[in-house]
Design a protein around this ligand. Structure first.
Ligand code: SF4
Ligand code: SF4
Length: 428
């Protein structure tokens, strides 16, 4: 036996890995393959690499890790796959295996271990860190920074609101339909406080009491996606315990990336006898805002005068793929703006945001940002509606880069709030 040969390992679920029959039907849905045409940057190629690492046929070199790093985790391949390959689960296990063994550059270590792991999931730290970044941008000093830092500062919104949602917001109007919990999110609560408030108002208007428990913490999505599964599990346990204390019908989330993770707590904790059942019960209650309210909203009258601009919709990956929610957001937009909704070419191809991907892989993120912006401009739409904070920041920054300052990017809750007069509940 060759002493230098890589060891056989067991980090992948063999059944899940063998489900891939190499048909290649996922290739055309994979954003990184669309951009590079390189099989190693495709789902099929990456699964091959994962299995080769597992079987000890491949060493963990920089270039092997690079193919896995370049994956967005968008899971468009799962939607396309006729064999039901659970690519997301394979990717999480592979990333956990890599993170425990692979030595990254000092820059990547600082970025991942400090900025991404120690700041973004903690709203108070993020608020503190954003102060200097905003000042740099306001004074125009970001143009003197290296490209990486310039791009990161460029993602920040021109104005942001960290207004907090109250701990309890009662249903408005005469009909009370129920009581829901609200996940306020990390990025959402710091940069999109107004959107959270709009979400809660919408739920109140539709007859729901909303409870926003102050002890909730980060959903763990960034950790789960970057291979830090143990910390993701700790965050999940804390959230499960917090929401278990509430007497609620559903747990509502308005950020697609977080929603997808919350719905997978059952999978994340399936090996833990104390928590597996509790995690499944929690996940069963999680609903994206759009799937919760779409059946309740009545179609409004045809467009009013002055409403002529067209609107388009960008599918956030983690809503369209892991959650398979594509119809409800469109139904909601059509309910208030009728035929002004125009489909976006490649609407479900990732915009390059992908959690912290636009920080760790800025080059590919920028290529996908450009691709998304070009598609948006083809529609002629003046409003882009979507459902995830990362997508909003990424697309807004891309539109600013090409000078398309007349195109707005709105979260669907803000869009519905703007059209509040036309958002009416169906009679139950
Ligand atoms: S992941 Fe699915 S679609 Fe892609 S090659 Fe494997 S079996 Fe085919
Ligand atoms: S998760 Fe997205 S980027 Fe990664 S292989 Fe699948 S389609 Fe490609």
């Amino acid at each position: 036996m060759n002493a230098a040969a890589p060891a056989k390992t067991g980090f992948l679920d063999e059944t899940k890995a063998l489900a891939c029959v190499h048909c290649g039907l996922c290739l055309g849905s994979c954003p990184t393959y669309l951009e590079t045409g390189n099989e190693n940057e495709s789902p099929r190629g990456r699964i091959y690499i994962m299995r080769a690492l597992q079987d000890g046929r491949l060493s963990m070199t920089d270039s092997t890790v690079r193919h896995i790093d370049l994956c967005l985790g968008c899971r468009a391949c799962e939607t396309a796959c006729p064999s039901g390959v659970q690519y997301g689960a394979l990717l999480e296990s592979t990333r956990e295996y890599i993170e425990k063994r692979h030595e990254r550059s000092l820059f990547q270590r600082l970025l991942r271990r400090f900025a991404i792991e120690q700041i973004i999931p903690f709203p108070a730290r993020m608020r503190w860190a954003l102060g200097p970044a905003r000042l740099v941008r306001k004074l125009g000093l970001h143009q003197f920074l290296p490209k990486f830092a310039r791009d990161a500062v460029g993602l920040l919104p021109e104005s942001a609101s960290s207004v907090r949602v109250p701990e309890f917001s009662p249903a408005a109007g005469e009909e009370r339909r129920g009581r829901v919990g609200f996940v306020s999110g990390c990025v959402m609560s710091i940069l999109f406080g107004d959107t959270n408030v709009a979400t809660v108002r919408l739920l109140n208007k539709l007859g729901f009491d909303v409870v926003n428990p102050p002890k909730q913490i980060c959903c763990g999505a960034l950790d789960a996606h970057s291979g830090n599964l143990n910390r993701a599990r700790e965050f999940a346990k804390r959230n499960i315990a917090v929401f278990e204390e509430l007497n609620i019908d559903a747990i509502i989330i308005n950020a697609a990336g977080c929603g997808s993770t919350l719905k997978e707590y059952g999978h994340l904790l399936h090996d833990d006898p104390e928590w597996a059942g509790r995690a499944r019960s929690f996940s069963d209650k999680v609903m994206d805002l759009t799937e919760w309210i779409a059946p309740l909203i009545q179609k409004s009258k045809p467009n009013g005068e002055g409403d002529s601009d067209s609107i388009t919709y960008h599918d956030a990956c983690h809503l369209a793929h892991p959650q398979r929610i594509t119809v409800q957001p469109r139904d909601l937009i059509r309910a208030v703006c009728g035929d002004r909704l125009h489909e976006l070419p490649e609407s479900d191809v990732c915009c390059g945001s992908a959690g912290s991907y636009n920080l760790t892989e800025p080059e590919m993120a920028e290529r996908l940002q450009r691709r998304k912006v070009e598609n948006i401009l083809k529609t002629g739409a003046k409003t882009v509606v979507t459902t995830n904070p990362g997508c909003i920041l990424q697309i807004r920054a891309g539109l600013r880069k090409v000078g398309a300052l007349d195109v707005r990017v709105l979260h669907i809750a803000d869009f519905l709030q703007e059209s509040a007069a036309r958002v009416n509940a169906k009679e139950s």
